[in-house]
Design a protein. Structure first.
Length: 226
């Protein structure tokens, strides 16, 4: 079974070792040296597992994990250099799934990454919900069996809502998690995308409105996915 892994690590020698170990096992690895690069990669592709260093140049891995967990349940394995940090990680205060302390054996890393990837795949909470079906590899979403023609942001927005049915996302949360330059964009951009998404869903099923507005709070996908 193969899947994609995102490694966020600023030390090149560690990254090279991880790459070799994962590739030997037939897993594909994308390497980001900073949190900024990781965000960009995640906006472009879907990863089954994230391997995350704690000490990164632009932001700490802990903060990035906390930020991700507001909207994203991709399994995270932490790499940490300090045993003192382990308490924080294993307390799962951060929502991490596993950790290794440096130096670690590449073989052990591979085994743990594979276990996390399999777990994620079994759960597969995002592939189908109500009338929605998401194809992460082709970046496509179908509604009631009909493929939707979506722009990049429409896809990301709908995919996020489908991943957490019933959860209300504020406009600011949606901007921060989905847009490349949230500071440069306006929250009404989110409204515009929601409006066009709704129109596309209505074309398929005029009798349903699966995206709900919560006045003063934001948007959610209905808990039935219909
Ligand atoms: Ca580091």
């Amino acid at each position: 079974m193969s899947f994609k892994v995102l490694l966020v690590e600023d030390e090149i020698s560690i990254a090279d070792n991880v790459r070799m170990a994962l590739q030997q096992e037939g897993l594909s690895l994308t390497h980001a040296k900073t949190v900024g690069e990781a965000r960009l990669q995640m906006s472009r592709d879907h990863y089954a597992v994230i391997v995350l260093d704690v000490g990164l140049p632009d932001q700490s891995g802990f903060d990035f994990c906390r930020e991700l967990r507001r909207t994203d349940q991709t399994p995270i394995l932490f790499l940490t250099a300090r045993a003192s940090e382990v308490d924080k990680i294993v307390g799962f205060e951060l929502g991490a799934d596993d950790y290794l302390t440096k130096p670690f054996s590449p073989r052990e890393l591979t085994l743990r990454v594979r276990a996390l990837g399999q777990r994620g795949r079994k759960a597969a909470p995002t592939d189908r919900w109500g009338l929605f079906q998401v194809d992460h590899e082709k970046f496509r979403i179908s509604f009631d069996g009909k493929p939707l023609e979506l722009s990049r942001y429409e896809f990301k927005l709908l995919e996020l809502l489908i991943r957490r049915p019933g959860v209300v996302f504020s406009r600011a949360q949606l901007m921060q998690s989905l847009w490349d330059d949230p500071e440069m964009s306006l929250e009404r951009t989110v409204d515009a995308h929601i409006k066009s998404l709704r129109a596309k869903l209505k074309e398929v099923r005029p009798d349903l409105s699966p995206i709900q507005t919560h006045r003063g709070l934001g948007y959610s996908l209905s808990e039935t996915g219909k």
